[in-house]
Design a protein around this ligand. Sequence first.
Ligand code: FEO
Length: 424
Amino acid sequence: MSTLGAIAIAPDTHWVGALDPGLREFDIILKTANGTTYNSYCVRGSSGVAIIDTVKESHAGEFFTRLEQVARYDEITAIVLNHLEPDHTGALPELMRRAPQAKLYISNKAQLMLKALVKHDGLAYTIVNTGDSVDLGGRTLHFLNTPYLHWPDTQCTWLEQQGILFSGDVFGCHFCDSRLFNGQVGDFRFSFEYYYAHIMRPFREHVLDALELIEPLPLKLIAPAHGPILRDAPRSYVQRYRQLAAPLLHNEIGASNKSLLVFYISSYGNTSRMAEAVRDGAETIPGVRVSLYDLQGGGNLPFVDLIEEADGLAFGSPTINGDAVKPVWDLLSSLAVIKVRDKLGAAFGSYGWSGEAVNMIEDRLRGLKLRVPIQGVRARLIPTDEELGLCRDLGKQLALHLTGSIEHRVIAMSELLTQESTHA
Ligand code: FEO
């Protein structure tokens, strides 16, 4: 354990977290070349002491050692949980055993997770929302409901008298340096940006909602749950979030136009011809900008940015060995970092023997919560004129869906009865 003691971040407010410099991967998906910190804070008022978040269970020892340097367990009146992921709640059950009188403050959506973490009857907690506060005597904690950053349960806590925002994962990053404060730890910008891109970016709309609550605060310091404490120019990190949450691409086609991206990859030019037909069909509908991209020639990163801004996506892949081809899967697996839910999706492709790719892509798109209302088009080897016509119709139908002008067919009861008798 590091010999670092509890660190004052403001009068009567201390960092009591833990350092994890050896961590090289977080939650399997994040690289952490500089390790991470699990930041916990202790706020002392004249009538109470609050602990804001705890640490990962493996680091509970150093958390309790630091906490004991600034507070007795019987003084703790409040435990605020801004986020219940185990890297912040690992030491919670033990803290609750040591300070059984302390009240827990959580967001409404955190209840389920709290009950899963602390499994005992009679678990008591207080649900708080934006506008609620806790008075510690000369120190007031105000709660800001900021859900989906990056779990449904997340909230921020504002310490009014000292101008400190305890922000949870928001404004955090995986970067461990025992000098703790942003003005002292060296250049960690890459880590801040990387963390945003992988953790917060899929929740851009929720970031914007949270900024509406955070921006008016007279911030003196941001105390996130990971990485450096933002004491120097804290507002610049808020401004950076505002920039990062803005659309990445300049919208030169105007907000009234819809965007359809057609991606394809082709071995013999057959899926490529189908892609062109999808494009041609979509282009017949005004108000939709159709873009065509060969996955063989592009990197995923620019495509991910394009997809984030697009309204509809169509993927063309041949079937090889009973599967869609790797560049298609690679692109689809890159979409976890952006919000694709409710975009329009479709698939098409040429095949030799079995033709599974189209269905597989459609299933994946549905798994990503895209809407896939139109059945994809498959063509054995060289698409016939009729099959190219189906591709043009697929493009046209996609465009009509995007412009909201799809014609919903009204089926008369008499028609249904006729169909029934035909199939009898
Ligand atoms: Fe740092 Fe989402 O936990």
